[in-house]
Unconditional design. Structure first.
Length: 199
């Protein structure tokens, strides 16, 4: 009877240890899988903000530094539909004339074919319970020329909330150690770039 109890106790210990080993292996895998899944959505929103900022600048001569003006532009703004035609006075056919055919709403032009695009949500970081992206814009001097710049950011701690807290802290610390932004961002306030840090 004693040996049967010992065998059952050992069997339980084996199962518990096996589960702990499996769990310790799978935790980082599951964290990275969920992190990658969330980053796909955050990157898409940052790309949307970048596209909107580019059209906003074309229409207004500068980037927007707040989401209220971007939202108004998204809802009410129009962009020209331009057709390039060859200049009839140019015999080399290298010069073109821009012919404006009309105007199209920004929301239709940029996001008309996107399913589930909600113009009310583009300012919010996915998985964050309605926390806005950090947005800044301005100008800088580049070789004697004033150049427009903008930046939109989503910190790890915001869009990875609810995941393993220690792994998020480690991710932030490793980014800061490499002097990189601890999260995802597009644009820059220190150089004229519209690239994302995931590219």
């Amino acid at each position: 009877m004693k040996s049967l109890l010992v065998k059952i106790a050992l069997l339980i210990v084996i199962f518990v240890l096996a589960y702990m080993v499996y769990n310790s292996i799978m935790q980082p895998v599951q964290f990275n899988k969920e992190k990658s899944s969330r980053e796909v959505e955050v990157v898409q929103r940052l790309k949307d903000i970048r596209s909107l900022q580019i059209f906003y600048r074309q229409a207004n001569g500068k980037y927007s530094d707040n989401f209220d003006s971007l939202s108004a532009f998204l809802r009410n703004g129009e962009i020209p539909v331009v057709k390039l035609v060859a200049d009839p006075n140019d015999t080399t056919f290298t010069k073109t004339i821009a012919d404006t055919l009309g105007y199209i709403a920004v929301v239709d032009s940029l996001f008309g074919k996107r399913k589930n695009f909600n113009p009310n949500d583009f300012r919010y970081i996915p998985f964050s319970n309605k926390v806005s992206f950090e947005l800044a814009a301005g100008e800088m001097d580049r070789g004697g020329v004033r150049v427009g710049i903008f930046e939109a950011k989503a910190p790890f701690k915001v869009y990875l909330q609810g995941l393993d807290e220690q792994r998020v802290i480690n991710l932030i610390a490793s980014s800061e150690q490499l002097e990189k932004y601890p999260g995802l961002k597009v644009g820059s306030m220190v150089e004229p770039s519209t690239d994302g840090n995931w590219e």
